[in-house]
Ligand binder design. Sequence first.
Ligand code: ARG
Length: 475
Amino acid sequence: MTHDPAAPDNATSAIWGGRFSAGPAEAMERINPSIDFDRALFAQDIAGSRAHCSMLVAQGILSDADGAAIRDGLDRVEQEIRDGRFPFSRALEDIHMNVEARLRELIGEPAGRLHTARSRNDQVATDLRLWVRERIDALDAELRALQKALIDQAETHAGTVMPGCTHLQTAQPVTLGHHLLAYTEMFGRDRGRLADCRRRLNESPLGAAALAGTAFPIDRARTARDLGFDGPMRNSLDAVSDRDFAVEFLAACALAGTHLSRLGEELVLWATPQFGFVTLSDAFATGSSIMPQKKNPDAAELVRAKAGRLVGALSNLLVVLKGLPLAYGKDMQEDKEPVFDAAETLGLCLSATTGMVADMTPDPEAMRRAAAVGFTTATDLADWLVRVPGLPFREAHHVTGRLVRLAEERGVALADLPLDAMQAVDGRITADVHDVLTVEASVASRTSTGGTAPANVRAEVAEARRRFLDDAGES
Ligand code: ARG
């Protein structure tokens, strides 16, 4: 067995042992291997080997018999890994050498021919692209599910009035549906960024070999096609050293995580007794070990926090790549953990957020009450003074300010100021001013494109279903 790193026949590597007379130091054995994490690439690695093998046979570089033996052996290796009985070895460093070494044990000599016209450098670049491509498709589906949860709630709450804030100070009334559709737009852009990344990454590095290409008459277009790539990467040096796709992926994940963090923060705020805007379902909350009355929004808090990991993964990889000379450097082995962690973290945050949004119970009464606090229809009053008696906006702003002060002194809402008191401030005010002073009237009037009016929100819900869910209301 070559799988035990402590075994004497493993003192020098079976793969490149020809040049070496001494084995690795103990710290080297710990710093060098990537198998503990890059085993996640096994399916992509084997798919790449299958494509490479078929191409070698088609090009007459490998005999049919060797090709058949290799393909059969790769099937067996894959099955062993899937069944959890594959003997992973740190001494064999990474997934590429683990697979090849096991192949040799299973099928003997032909295994040694698989690596013709190939290097681990183009292999790993290919594997990681395939892996990221798959995760992008999965994350797109998860982002879509979150959008669906948001759109469904937005439809239910197209007319639910809540305070809209700037500076986290109540500013003007908006609708909850409008607020939730704002996030739907953000996640739509996140899907667009992932789709852009997918488009650009979908070129095959395979066949670039170590860095310079190969003298064997390979067919890179064939392996590219086999693996679902649009075509081969055009420059072999770039093919083995480019990790832009991973950076773009992490950037898209970091931004999606940032959006999720903002939503997480709002859920935390809305669920406090002080706000009381929503009740989160028990399924996404925890209790306190000492305070029996508590229900804590842990999932929302964790989503808020995990943006830190996602942003960290992005800066991690950027710093790894900065200043790296062409072509491959072992530094690049450090690309994988941030990519794996970010994909998993984002997927988890998306599942939790989708659940919280779908299960939350908004309290329209509490939101409406809060929306009326703080003279939130003052802008509507000023606009009325411009529209009806025809005051210049600056003067209307001033008159409204005096009316707000009056309401404040009397401890009433603007809508509850008697007409004569208002007329004492400005004689041009008439009874129909009261039409614009309620929060319902305020949101209903905001019908400009992209505005918060319930009618707009209902139309935008239908549009969002068409744009993001590709259905007309059913799903
Ligand atoms: N484990 C390596 C990585 O992840 C694979 C490529 C190794 N290439 C090499 N020339 N040592 O980057």
